[in-house]
Design a protein around this ligand. Structure first.
Ligand code: ADP
Ligand code: ZN
Length: 720
């Protein structure tokens, strides 16, 4: 009899032992179905000595039910899963779950049924059917997916199938993707680009772990460089994974990729249709998916034959996942490359301080592209001191910025105004009684969205229509908007430059690939004069006619006193500045601030990146912050405030007293109420040599809490 140990995809169950029935062949990594009480569970066959559990006597072992028709999870990926769970203090099964990506794909290929409009146009329609007909133009998917898209019930769509308005189509889940062609449109690289590309190509050929930092200024042509490494991997029949921080950026990337390789890459992200997900997962695990572009969740997929990993915009904070398994995809990407024995390229114009440090220490090989491609110059950056050059009353743009906008409009050039705040105004209050609109679920003000006429919480999604009268004192027409959001800046531009054509770019307006595509086409065809946007417009885009960037409020990110505030501000402004002057015409950047003396602002104005890194490094060294020391956060939450607080105190009270570790708190977490849960935080500051994770596990392991309490561990938290 053969005994096997399974890692089961359910954090509460974890590890279970079974017996392999006669005639069934499995290996380590096989994905199998096992009985659990009256139910069935999925699990991965794991090396028994690597997972501990209570030994079950032989006689009590139940037999496995069967193996899924999917390739086994490789040993390299199993080791990465273990490393990730260990490093981030996360349940092994939660990490392993990310490798599966699509449970339905495990059932094998074959076909599935989807639906699309037939094109029939009946004379009379119910309003719901009319709405569905409108919403589903060009769409195809399951009834459920289409119903969601059209905001109608499944029943309405089934009725439409009966009426001949929708038809069923059979989708082959294993139909191959058209092959990418490494020589489709090979660009002529500059000498510097070629040098970088050659180094990457050699690394792909060597098939060994080799981490790189591709440190190139905005517009230096980093993408073209790593595309040559992608081409080499393709020639060698190896798969490539490209991680991008945001789906909003992929539209642009897809077009460039297709332009270079003749076909679009394979996408992986959380909002894929279920059939696309199944098809992609099977092609990834089967080795036929050549290049996969995805958000961080693409990192744990079971690539059959990976040859290269690229992390573009590697400094981006959205690579850090903030719920579930709290991992940093940039760091795990390097670990995956290490376990797989592959090159990994981190590309950025503004690398994170930690990454920079590793490059300087020689852990990452640093490849520099210090100038823009094609002779374009970096933009001229100037600071507008708002204390001296105040905007008019009730306005947010200083006269010099207004003049510059007018000048570009007269010349037919484009401008971009950046403000990292969605909505119309960050705070709304009553003129009469001072009442402020607050989210009932979070410690946050409701943000007015004037175009949708709603007040919204940006943390939990709570929304309410803008009321006619103050809910506190009843006065009508009394609400005042305090401070600007991008919508308000768009209004101001409309007043100052009524003839300008504007585009508002926020996650509210760019809510589909189609919307992003339309915006990019308009900007490229010079159908837009002024772009107003949040951080969504700061990276990835290349608009040659864009010559002016205005940063509406450079101080926004510096508030709050977070140790990373300086770095974040520097990165954001350097990135958005990088949108100016990418073509033949020189670019200009105007930064509005009340703190021109701040080190970050001065470094930006002088184009002195080294000064910024030096100042930032000193601040971090003083605080024992990364990369000099390490931080971890323990977040304790409950719907009941006193329950959360006593649990947090219990944790604080049992904190180990170690010379290389300092435990701070508990204190209210930065968002002390979030989605209806009260949150307290303990911060741990440790020396680099400290056994941080082990200590935390041994400290928290024996503690027990009431059921409503959640304890989350965040290793290397983004803010500290
Ligand atoms: P980065 O990502 O470093 O900011 P990009 O890769 O976006 O820079 O390149 C900037 C622009 O220059 C893009 O429009 C790109 O197509 C163009 N470009 C870069 N390298 C080349 C090349 N070798 N030949 C032609 N165009 C190039
Ligand atoms: Zn909220």
């Amino acid at each position: 009899m053969q005994r096997v140990r399974l890692l089961v995809f359910n954090a509460a169950l974890g590890v279970l032992d079974y017996r392999v029935p006669e005639g069934m062949t499995i290996e380590f990594g096989s994905i199998v179905v096992a009985p659990l009480g009256p139910r069935q569970v999925l699990g991965i066959v794991w090396e028994a000595e690597r997972l501990s559990t209570q030994e079950v006597p032989e006689s009590k072992l139940r037999p496995l039910l069967g193996a899924m028709p999917a390739p086994p999870i490789s040993e390299r990926l199993r080791r990465l899963i273990e490393w990730t769970a260990d490093y981030y203090c996360a349940p092994l099964s939660s990490v392993a779950r990310m490798a599966l990506g699509s449970i339905s794909a495990l059932r094998g290929g074959g076909t599935t049924t989807e639906y699309r409009l037939t094109g029939a146009e009946p004379a009379r329609l119910t309003p719901q059917r009319a709405a569905a007909l409108d919403a589903l133009q060009g769409e195809q998917g399951s009834i459920r997916e289409l119903a969601e898209l059209a905001s109608v019930s499944d029943g309405v769509l089934r009725g439409m199938v009966g009426a001949g308005l929708l038809e069923a189509v059979t989708v082959d889940l294993d139909r191959p993707y058209p092959p990418a062609r490494p020589e489709f449109a090979q660009p002529t690289l500059s000498e510097l680009q070629q040098d970088a590309a050659d180094i990457f190509i050699d690394a792909v050929r060597a098939e060994k772990f080799a981490p790189f930092l591709l440190d190139g200024v905005t517009g230096s042509g980093k993408t073209e460089c790593y595309f040559e490494a992608v081409a080499e991997a393709l020639r060698r029949g190896r798969q490539v994974l490209v991680l991008l921080p945001e789906i909003a950026l992929t539209e642009n990337f897809l077009r460039r990729f297709e332009h270079r390789f003749g076909v679009p890459p394979i996408l992986w992200h959380s909002s894929l249709k279920s059939s696309e997900r199944r098809r992609a997962w099977r092609a990834i695990a089967g080795g036929t998916a050549q290049v996969v572009v995805g958000a961080r969740s693409a990192l744990f997929l079971p690539y059959a034959n990976l040859g290269l990993i690229v992390v573009d915009e590697a400094h981006e904070i959205s690579f850090k996942q903030d719920d579930g398994v709290r991992y940093n995809a940039r760091d795990v990407a390097v670990m995956r490359a290490k376990f797989e024995g592959l090159p990994v390229v981190l590309a950025s114009a503004t690398p994170a301080l930690e990454t920079m440090q590793l490059a300087e220490a020689g852990v990452y090989r640093k490849i520099d592209l210090p100038s823009r491609f094609g002779g374009a110059q970096l933009p001229d950056i100037r600071v507008l001191d708002l204390r001296e050059e105040a905007p008019e009353r009730g306005r947010w743009l200083a006269p010099k910025l207004v003049d510059a906008l007018k000048d570009r409009l007269a010349k037919g050039e484009q401008s971009l105004l950046f403000l990292n705040r969605r909505g119309y105004a960050p705070l709304t209050l009553c003129r009469n009684c001072g009442y402020r609109f607050q989210c009932p679920n979070c410690t946050a003000w409701l943000v007015e969205h004037r175009f949708s006429k709603r007040l919204a919480c940006h943390h939990c999604g709570h929304e309410t229509p803008v009321p006619e009268a103050c809910p506190e004192c009843g006065t009508g027409d009394c609400l005042v908007a305090c401070g600007p959001g991008v919508e308000r800046i768009a209004d101001e531009v409309a007043e100052i430059l009524p003839e300008a054509r504007t585009a508002l770019v926020t996650s509210d307006t760019m809510n589909s690939p189609h919307a992003v595509g339309e915006f990019v086409a308009m900007a490229e065809n010079k159908a837009v004069d002024v772009i107003i946007g949040t951080q969504l417009v700061t990276k990835g885009y290349h608009f040659p006619e864009l010559t002016l960037v205005g940063v509406v409020d450079a101080d926004l990110g510096l508030e709050g006193g977070d140790l990373r505030a300086g770095e974040r501000t520097y990165q954001q402004i350097a990135q958005v500045a990088g949108r100016a002057g990418r073509g033949e015409k020189p670019g200009e950047v105007l930064i509005q601030t009340r703190h021109p003396e701040a080190a970050v602002i001065a470094a930006l104005a002088n184009g002195d990146r080294d000064a910024f890194y030096a100042a930032e490094t000193e601040a971090r060294r003083d605080a024992g912050a990364p990369p000099f020391g390490r931080w971890a956060a323990i977040i304790v939450s409950s719907e009941d405030q006193s329950e959360a607080l006593s649990a947090a105190r219990a944790i604080g009270g049992t904190a180990p007293n170690l010379p290389d570790m300092l435990v701070l708190g508990p204190a209210p977490a930065p968002l002390s109420l979030l989605r209806g849960r009260h949150r307290f935080r303990l911060l741990i500051n440790a020396r680099r040599s400290a056994e941080l994770q082990k200590t935390i596990r041994e400290w928290l392991g024996p503690l027990e809490f009431p059921r409503g309490v959640r304890v989350n561990i965040d290793i290397d938290p983004y803010s500290f």
